[in-house]
Design a binder for this molecule. Sequence first.
Ligand SMILES: Nc1ncnc2c1ncn2[C@@H]1O[C@H](COP(=O)(O)OP(=O)(O)OP(=O)(O)O)[C@@H](O)[C@H]1O
Ligand SMILES: O=P(O)(O)OC[C@H]1O[C@H](OP(=O)(O)OP(=O)(O)O)[C@H](O)[C@@H]1O
Ligand SMILES: O=C(O)c1cccnc1
Ligand SMILES: [Mg+2]
Length: 550
Amino acid sequence: MNDRELGCAGGQFMDRGRMNQNGVVQPLLTDLYQITMAYAYWKSDKTDDTAVFDLFFRNNPFHGEFTIFAGLEECLKFLDSFHYSQSDIEYLKQTLPEGIEHEFFEYLGNLTARDVTLYAIDEGTVAFPRVPIIKIEGPLIIVQLLETTLLTLVNYASLMATNAARYRMVAGKHVKLLEFGLRRAQGPDGGLSASKYSYTGGFDGTSNVLAGKLFNIPVKGTHAHAYITSFSSIGELKTRLIKHKQTGILEDLLEHAIRHRALLSHLLDVSTEESSEGELAAMVSYAIAFPDGFMALVDTSGLLNFSAVALALNDLGYHALGIRIDSGDLAYLSCLARETFEKVAERFKVPWFNKLTIVASNDINEDTILSLNEQGHKIDCFGIGTHLVTCQRQPALGCVYKLVEINGQPRIKLSQDVEKVTMPGNKNAYRLYSADGHALIDLLQKVSEPPPAVGQKVLCRHPFQESKRAYVIPSHVESLYKVYWKSGKICQQLPTLEQVREKVQISLKTLRNDHKRTLNPTPYKVAVSDNLYNFIHDLWLQNAPIGELS
Ligand SMILES: Nc1ncnc2c1ncn2[C@@H]1O[C@H](COP(=O)(O)OP(=O)(O)OP(=O)(O)O)[C@@H](O)[C@H]1O
Ligand SMILES: O=P(O)(O)OC[C@H]1O[C@H](OP(=O)(O)OP(=O)(O)O)[C@H](O)[C@@H]1O
Ligand SMILES: O=C(O)c1cccnc1
Ligand SMILES: [Mg+2]
């Protein structure tokens, strides 16, 4: 069994030097029809035809007007390791229809992605409908065989990074965002990808420990309700002692907490009878386990117990971290909590109490955050699971992979639906910027055309609506594609996950706010050059059958 198979068998990611690679990503992670087509290409002697495919999406997700491109590094690692193992070949021999010539399997056994060239936009960049985020050239058989795997690597990654970036935008840059979704994700691999790409999109950490280990993402967390409900009285506390942080003398934390609770009950006007003893016991025991990292899950009545335990810790030289609220009205409760902490800070002369962290969770989505912002809240950190990782508002990004040129001849896929007509030919993509640094328009051209020049008027045309056109005089022109893979090698220095994460924020800053707002954002313009416009429409006419009326 080779390395890859071991990785797959364990369902694991493997360390392949630079970064871990998901062992599930391998040439058989594809649709059967890619392999049956490969055989038919081989039989019809088309394997070495030179093909160009574009990988692009037609609509931005979440009713938005931008998408964050993610997943490129995984695509490159896939190309790097592309190789059918002996057992893959054995499996295909058993699985493909009878009569497949033996030489085809030999051919597959020697197939690599060496002759492929992959151009892409940088990972973490904002991308727009119809502008290919990846362009791939090479022998028809291999570029066809890559389709499904590249799509699965880009679609969810980009969807997730976009979703996370949207949460970041509505939350603002000062609020911490933690991804808590593993339990709700689309299986283990979906969970890992969600943790990775939500970090890319702007989250600060994850509760997913394996993602932390594999991708070097900060792992964070609090505790669950079960911890609180596992205690029903203080009599169950088996240990109450903790060493004073400075003196090292053992002291009874519960005793300190009970004393503070009585005082706090007056200050906060909450009767001690209203707060559960089991909860107090649970908090004391958790504080003993993590005196420097005490973060407690509080329900509506838990503020009294939390404050008592935090003050008890303070007596012994420790500072608690904060609370998590997981039910009820999060705006109201967070304000109540902050008010409580401020009162305690003043009364007990503990100024750091003002700064205790308030984490909120419970079915949070973009709209909840917007609504909480409108109402006013004191939340420092959101823990977000289900809606983030399942991309509740749109569960898939529709990236497609279309043949646009073969042996130098353009290919167009026609459709009744103009939206679905492909942009034929081998193209370059440019982003034109205004003097204030904002992206104005993305422009597709034929590769044979000279790039647009700074300060020079360029005619930008809507690809399908003749009357929609504009002259643009760019102050800066960005050529969007870089060659990422050529002659069997990754040919760019790949950024770290951290750098991709920074790139997302930098790239989003180049977009005007009206493209980014949540309600009815302005569409960003994607255009074609005059030359490409004429080329598309000539080809369209050549290929569209002429009907007959009788
Ligand atoms: N102030 C608020 N404004 C808008 N939405 C809120 C506010 N506070 C909480 N929410 C959201 O309202 C929903 C409340 O859900 P639910 O009724 O299940 O909560 P709960 O009954 O308090 O919690 P649980 O049943 O989990 O203890 C959650 O999705 C939460 O994120
Ligand atoms: O709400 P999400 O955005 O998915 O975030 C993660 C949730 O997971 C945990 O509890 P879980 O939902 O498992 O149980 P609970 O609803 O009973 O608290 C946690 O308390 C959060 O509520
Ligand atoms: O650490 C937490 O608070 C957490 C982790 C996963 C799911 N819900 C909460
Ligand atoms: Mg829940």
